[in-house]
Design a protein around this ligand. Structure first.
Ligand code: FES
Length: 198
């Protein structure tokens, strides 16, 4: 049975970044490649250098002689000792992918077993900063409340006609009497932790 290790909050490991973790005595590099997470044993198959400390690069390919193209930037790690290169997403070496591989581990982003140990930028409330809508609207924006000084809100917090008009213009519906809008948005949950199974 595999052992589950929580490595870090997913929000702390952005695209293009990596972290090297000691998981029960085993050094493992965890990489974020364009939003997907991969884990490699920090141990080069050649002469056991700390592979995951090497530089990240891409691949130069050629469709025809003289037609070079650089791609997959950030998906290849180059061993710091002798320069062997490995595909971060598979562990396969670039020069002999079927015979020379770095050890890989299963990764995922999951809820923490112990959320109290996970650093978050927002308190655990229903809305605060948890969802990132592709439209650019955030929960923090939704929390913004106009003050009575600008005439947009009464003392008891009820919206004035001017505010209601603005909301109707913005969302195409008022709260009473009409169907609310049902547009959907891509959502990223930012509360998960990166997990590696050994
Ligand atoms: S130890 Fe990694 S290439 Fe030699």
């Amino acid at each position: 049975m595999k052992t589950r290790f929580e490595v870090c909050p997913a929000a702390d490991l952005g695209p293009g970044e990596r972290t090297i973790a000691d998981l029960d005595g085993l050094s493992v590099g965890v990489f974020n490649v364009d939003g997907d997470y991969y884990a490699l044993k920090n141990d080069c198959p050649h002469q056991r250098a700390p592979l995951c400390e090497g530089s990240l690069t891409g691949l130069m390919t050629a469709e025809a002689p003289g037609e070079f193209e650089y791609g997959r930037d950030g998906e290849i790690v180059r061993c710091p000792w002798h320069g062997w290169e490995f595909d971060v997403t598979t562990g396969e070496s670039v020069f002999n992918p079927h015979r020379v591989k770095a050890k890989t581990f299963e990764t995922s982003v999951e809820d923490s077993d112990d959320p109290g140990t996970v650093e978050t930028s927002e308190p655990a409330s229903a809305n605060a900063g948890r969802l990132d809508f592709s439209t650019g609207t955030t929960a923090d924006d939704a929390d913004t409340v106009d003050t009575p000084d600008n005439g947009a809100e009464t003392e008891d917090g009820a919206a004035t006609d001017a505010e209601a008009t603005t909301e109707a213009d913005r969302y195409g519906a008022t709260l009473a009497g009409e169907e609310p809008p049902v547009d959907t948005y891509d959502v990223d949950v930012e509360e998960g932790v990166v997990v590696v199974y050994l």
